[in-house]
Design a protein around this ligand. Structure first.
Ligand SMILES: C[S@@+](CC[C@H](N)C(=O)[O-])C[C@H]1O[C@@H](n2cnc3c(N)ncnc32)[C@H](O)[C@@H]1O
Length: 266
């Protein structure tokens, strides 16, 4: 399964993000933002959230007085986010190749979202697009799951219900392939199994060494690396804060060419 198919699977998951995960992930994202980024920003600064999902965090940002833009690839996720976000802009785009008409003061990307990019080139493309869309001196904050986070905590099952619909998740980590999977089964609680549908989502661990090198090549300064003990996994997850330097580096010449905006084809 390729990454664009994975992205479309989020359309099917959108109601569960709306009811369950969007809220469940919010507190963790808020804590990360408050500790690592908020002290560096001022009210009215422009903050972009990549992979904004159903917009719970984007809405929280707007309530704090930031100007907010959210980007996500899933139409269904964004339709929930549109109902939630009263002030701010939401765009449907691929975070690997996006271009805004304005530059932003900070970019955030939370809850294992960067681990969804299974190929190093895709991961790199998200960082490079972020760099291009940041003001000089702007910040990039994201979390990332390392290999031991998946190896220790990804072998688990969970299930929950919303009304008559149940959602079951089976998390597995294949150490030889270095791939984490999540098999999602969705369907009516009281109907036979044949009425349920299944989706398979993938994530890949990235090492701090890889990330630090990619940030450096793109031109970012690595400012903070801290383990995150809240949320899932409770160990083997890092918060990373990087900054686009205020002064243009010589290496920036390679990155100022702005790629054309990506439009999704349905
Ligand atoms: C794990 S969810 C996280 C949502 C949100 N950040 C949160 O914490 O609740 C990942 C999100 O990434 C989006 N996504 C995945 N690949 C994408 C891509 N290439 N471009 C834009 N969005 C993408 C999905 O549609 C989904 O909403």
């Amino acid at each position: 399964m390729n990454e664009s198919q994975t992205r479309n699977l989020f359309d099917a998951l959108a109601p569960f993000y709306e009811w369950h995960w969007g809220r469940a992930f919010l507190e963790d994202s808020v804590n990360l933002f408050r500790r690592k980024l908020a002290p560096k920003l001022k009210p009215g600064d422009l903050v972009l959230e990549l992979c904004c999902g159903t917009g719970h965090f984007a809405q929280w940002l707007a309530e704090q007085g930031y100007r907010v833009t959210g980007i996500d690839g899933s139409r269904a996720m964004l339709s929930f986010a549109r109902k939630r976000l009263r002030r701010g802009q939401l765009l449907r785009a691929d975070v690997r190749h996006f271009r805004l008409r304005y530059r932003v003061d900070a970019i955030v990307c939370f809850y294992n979202s960067l681990n969804q990019f299974l190929e190093p080139d895709s991961f790199r493309a998200v960082l490079a697009s972020s760099y291009r869309n940041l003001n000089p001196g702007g910040w990039l904050l994201f979390d990332i799951v390392l290999e031991h986070g998946y190896a220790q905590f990804w072998e688990t099952d969970e299930a929950f219900a919303h009304g008559e619909i149940m959602c079951e998740l089976r998390y597995r980590f294949d150490e030889s392939q270095r791939l984490a999977s999540c098999l999602v089964t969705i369907g009516p609680i009281h109907r036979p199994l044949a009425h349920r549908s299944q989706l398979l989502l993938w994530q890949r661990p990235y090492s701090l060494r890889f990330i630090a090198e990619e940030l450096r090549i793109i031109g970012f300064e690595l400012v903070v690396v801290k383990p995150v003990s809240e949320g899932n996994p409770p160990d083997g997850r890092l918060a990373i804060l990087a900054r686009r330097p205020k002064q243009l580096h010589r290496t920036d010449q390679r990155h100022v060419s702005i790629c054309s905006p990506t439009r999704y084809r349905d």
